[in-house]
Design a protein around this ligand. Sequence first.
Ligand SMILES: Nc1ncnc2c1ncn2[C@@H]1O[C@H](COP(=O)(O)OP(=O)(O)OP(=O)(O)O)[C@@H](O)[C@H]1O
Ligand SMILES: [Mg+2]
Length: 495
Amino acid sequence: MFGKRGSFGQSDGASKPVKAGAMAPPPPAVAPAAAPPPRQDARTPVHVPPGQGAATPMPGERRKSDGYYDVKSSIFSALIETIDLSQLAKLDSETAREEIRDIVGDIIQLKAVVMSISEQEELLDDICNDVLGYGPLEPLLARDDIADIMVNGANTTYIEVAGKVHKTGIRFRDNAQLMNICQRIVSQVGRRVDEASPICDARLPDGSRVNVIAPPLAIDGPTLTIRKFKKDKLTLGQLVKFGSISPEGATILEIVGKSRCNVIVSGGTGSGKTTLLNCLTAFIESDERIITCEDAAELQLQQPHVVRLETRPPNLEGEGQVTMRDLVKNCLRMRPERIIVGEVRGPEAFDLLQAMNTGHDGSMGTLHANSPREALSRVESMITMGGYTLPSRTIREMICASVDVVVQAARLRDGSRRITHITEVVGMEGDVIVTQDLFLYEILGEDEHGKLIGRHRSTGIGRPRFWDRARYYGEDKRLAAALDAAEANEIKTFT
Ligand SMILES: Nc1ncnc2c1ncn2[C@@H]1O[C@H](COP(=O)(O)OP(=O)(O)OP(=O)(O)O)[C@@H](O)[C@H]1O
Ligand SMILES: [Mg+2]
């Protein structure tokens, strides 16, 4: 379930057996026969303030009142006093959930909490999620339309849906509960997060990428960021449907992938770089040996002959780190035909260029930059900062000889994601790298709903530099047709 990390020791509940295949963290335990002790104060009727029992339109979106949290917190405390956590750990998650539901039902009766059936159901789910799962995060994790979940302390959670960031009504009991959930998440991949090591990357069992930064570094409470894993990755066809790229642009990208161009996918945070890289890899032949290097495995290659590598952060003693550079260097000894680097952000840029330059045509990587030109200068600065004392002209020549195409992704201000440039590296003029745009996205205006109106257009280049390469792979006719069609479209929009 956790890939290579599955066998790491569990730091938190190490002594508790973890059920194979259980997605949720190891269940704590319940004393089987325990009924809640009838305490004096437990009999005081508790009224849930009105306005929180209506049906939830979107899970996780409804704001709950303070009263709800007070009731939940009192029931939760009674539950924790009643159940035996070590016994609950022995149950599978379904039985444990049933067990908790029974006891919470009893507590609600004993406390004479006034609640409708649907409110009770909601409270039961919430409490089960708190004890067994990821608490208030569960309804958000269950939704497939969310791209990112951003928790900024116990009281503030944002989500990104359809490119737009919204605040949700999700609240944690307090920062301690949030920290507990963060700890639960990271302990599943054998890591810890606490004051001593307050920064941690991890992965959820479903592959979602997680970052936690805890106090004292995060001033307003534990901060958790989750990039939700999409089981069905977007395809180039879908990107065309969303208008992220035109059909002709998509054909050009397909030819770039098929004719083994070395590609850098550039873009800002969350602009769709990894998605685009994944789309490009779809055109790799199934008989090629591909090696992927990532910080957290996100790519989903469809080919049969793939070796997936993942970096490793240092352990608590600061040892055992395996960097992206180590992986890329090692790749070269693994007889790769293509090397795919999830994100280039350091000296591994040098090794990737070397790979691109030495017979591993069709290698690809992503990096953070706002334009193709900036992407190339980022590569240069990454190499310089990596401690190589090469003259900058030599580095530029190396970039020129290695990178064929830069594809730029962007998230625009209306939340839409577009491929804004397909740019070729043409050569050197003096000390300067010369590039030419083949395909651009142009913003023309904005409609009444604030949606940007734009179009993809060809720049009129009839013969890209990778023409010969495309011809070698039998793709020249399609390339010419796509470039012609893009130009014809452009003329149409002008008339
Ligand atoms: N063209 C697109 N249209 C709609 N949604 C998209 C598009 N491209 C990517 N997405 C969605 O946007 C989210 C972010 O995409 P992705 O992980 O590819 O971005 P990224 O640039 O690699 O982010 P990061 O910088 O964090 O690595 C994902 O949920 C993905 O499904
Ligand atoms: Mg990415």
